[in-house]
Design a protein around this ligand. Sequence first.
Ligand code: MG
Length: 231
Amino acid sequence: MIEVAGKKIEAVVFDFDGTLYENGFFFKFIFLVYNILHFKIFFSHRKIINDLRGNDFGTPENYSRRVFGEMAAKTGKSLESIQNWYYKIFKRTFCVILKKYCRPRKNFNDLCIYLKKNQIRTAIFSDYGFIGSRLEALEIELDCFDLLVSGETEGVLKPSSRPLLKIAKHFGIEPERMLVIGDRADTDGIAAANAGMNYYIIRKRSAGGNIVSWNRLLKILMNDKTDKETA
Ligand SMILES: [Mg+2]
């Protein structure tokens, strides 16, 4: 157990993209460059995913049927070519970019070791699947986490809180003793709040309340009272 802002925390759930690594303007630009040959499919995927946020499809099959079906209708491509793009091209490109251009947040490994030492259960909750491949590309050890959960395999995207509640149940930990760490208030923050969990949103600079820089978050989690730095 650790104490965070006066609350007892027994499990930490990390978002993936923008949380385990920084995905600023450069990352988004590179992502676009790598997808330029398939930009129509790429943009239809992004738009449809955003439009479907909050809808609960119940199963991964229902979810992918709806997403790929809408992408096929929007782009005029066959369902087969859309699935091929997602499971082969998109997935591979995503991992190549992570490996080539991204690094885990500073001292992430130390944080994992610290959480383990304090018997904190850890999970990832990410909208996208293939979390194991993405962790490998970022060179983050798989055993940093007790559980990997994706919106895709749950059949619902953030800000649904259903997967977070499932993680809490799996760990046997009350939601108020869970802490969610993400980079988007409108998805990670709302999902956590609706689940009755504590959360922090990572930004370049701390801005009070739940908005903290990565450095500040490390200090809060690792109980370092030596520095009152808020940047
Ligand atoms: Mg994110």
